[in-house]
Design a protein around this ligand. Structure first.
Ligand code: UD1
Ligand code: UDP
Length: 368
């Protein structure tokens, strides 16, 4: 019996763990244990995804909540250590690049527990991004590294990680997307938005923003709003707002500016199925999210990424993604190109076929 601890903490982790938890069920020799660190805790940032994606309730929730990077990471480490000592798992699986990923990974590695990293090797080469530090450190202590795209494999090899530890398997987040597209078609979110006269057709864009580099700095956020102000006069923009961004808007003087934009519609964060409905029907997506760059590529929906770099280069090289940074003119030009029909031809990257979790579990069973 393989006792396998799985860690989740923040919103993007839930889509990544869901297909793995489902896949484990096909293998009675795996005893999966699910631990939620509690990094994200609002109903709309956590519980909702368990319900919609059929993820079993966590065996334990460490309930760490929000804090500075050091305090949050330290609290997760302090809370997970006794759990690992009690359960004595054969391996721990972590996903993505959030603080929960490195905090749990580090404790497991020091206890001699084999560490498995799903979504390994991605690099923005920008160490001012907290996630880049988490990625580099997690990969350097992992025993088994699963990559979503070839750049991940190349980066890991370049960093001297042994080839036999690295496996290109595709993307569990895209497994979840394909598994849920049909269900998402039944979402009523667009009907509600039309009834509320927020939309009067299917002509809309979706926006998400939560990177500290964009939303923690008022001057940068304000520049982004300069671009959005022009776009929203032409096309309604739906903006499900991340709690970090909501907090910053409230604390800065920018709330009233947003309220004055008739075409920019702020909403609470929406559940996965509603969000998928919005993404798959949008004319374009504006984002600084990691996962949404990939989901739009899988859906072939044009995406303008409000960052200067991406750790997911396949979405630009093959997919429907373009980097526009935080320069309002670049944002407006990118928007105009899309609406004038100058669309990138795009392809779905190799192995983004809905079978990544199957590949991962087979390799875990052969290797651990
Ligand atoms: C985290 C991840 C980021 C990921 C994002 C996904 C790190 C370093 N960052 O960023 O990589 O892209 O999640 O959404 O791990 N808050 C709430 N309710 C919640 C959660 C957060 O109100 O349920 C607010 C709190 O004010 C908190 C702030 O959001 O201080 C930031 O939360 P935190 O988990 O520290 O980082 P995120 O910005 O969410
Ligand atoms: N998402 C969602 N509702 C929202 C915004 C995003 O369900 O209101 C989903 C999105 O489809 C993707 C994931 O959340 O699967 C991305 O998470 P996020 O952007 O928070 O994190 P990142 O990918 O940047 O780490």
């Amino acid at each position: 019996m393989l006792k396998l601890i799985n860690i989740v903490g923040a919103r993007p982790n839930f889509m990544k763990i869901a297909p793995l938890m489902a896949e484990y069920k096909k293998h009675p020799c795996i005893n999966p244990i699910l631990i939620h660190t509690g990094q994200h805790y609002d109903q709309a940032m956590s519980e909702l995804f368990f319900e919609q994606l059929g993820i079993p309730q966590p065996d334990i929730n460490l309930g760490v909540g929000s804090a500075s990077h050091a305090v949050q990471t330290a609290e997760i480490m302090k809370s997970i250590e006794p759990v690992l000592m009690q359960y004595k798992p054969d391996a721990m699986l972590v996903v993505g690049d959030v603080n929960s990923t490195i905090a749990c990974g580090l404790v497991a590695a020091k206890l001699g527990i084999r560490l498995i990293h799903v979504e390994a090797g991605l690099r923005s080469f920008d160490r001012t991004m907290p996630e880049e530090i988490n990625r580099l450190l997690t990969d350097s202590i992992s025993d088994l590294l699963f990559c979503t795209e070839q750049s991940g494999v190349d980066n890991l090899r370049h960093e001297g990680i042994a080839s036999e530890k690295i496996h290109m398997v595709g993307h569990v987040m895209i497994d979840t997307l394909f598994n849920n597209l049909k269900k998402a078609r039944h979402s009523l979110i667009l009907d509600h938005l039309k009834k509320q006269h927020v939309l009067n057709g299917d002509h809309f864009a979706v926006l998400t923003l939560h990177r500290p580099s964009n939303v923690d700095d008022q001057a940068v956020f304000s520049r982004i709003l300069d671009g959005l102000e022009v776009i929203q006069q032409d096309m309604p923009i739906l903006f499900p707002i991340h709690p970090r961004t909501r907090k910053n808007l409230t604390q800065s003087g920018l709330s009233s500016r947003i309220s004055s934009m008739q075409g920019l519609h702020l909403m609470d964060p929406v559940g996965y199925l509603d969000f998928l409905k919005l993404l798959s029907n949008a004319k374009l997506v504006l984002t600084d999210s990691g996962g949404i760059q990939e989901e739009t590529t899988a859906l072939k929906i044009p995406c303008l990424t409000l960052r200067d770099n991406t750790e997911r280069p396949v979405t630009v090289q093959m997919g429907s993604n373009q980097l526009v940074g935080n320069d309002p003119q670049k944002l407006i030009d990118g928007y105009r190109n899309i609406t004038n029909g100058k669309l990138k031809t795009s392809q779905i990257p190799p192995l983004w076929d809905g079978k990544a979790s199957q590949r991962i579990v087979n390799i875990i069973l052969e290797s651990v």
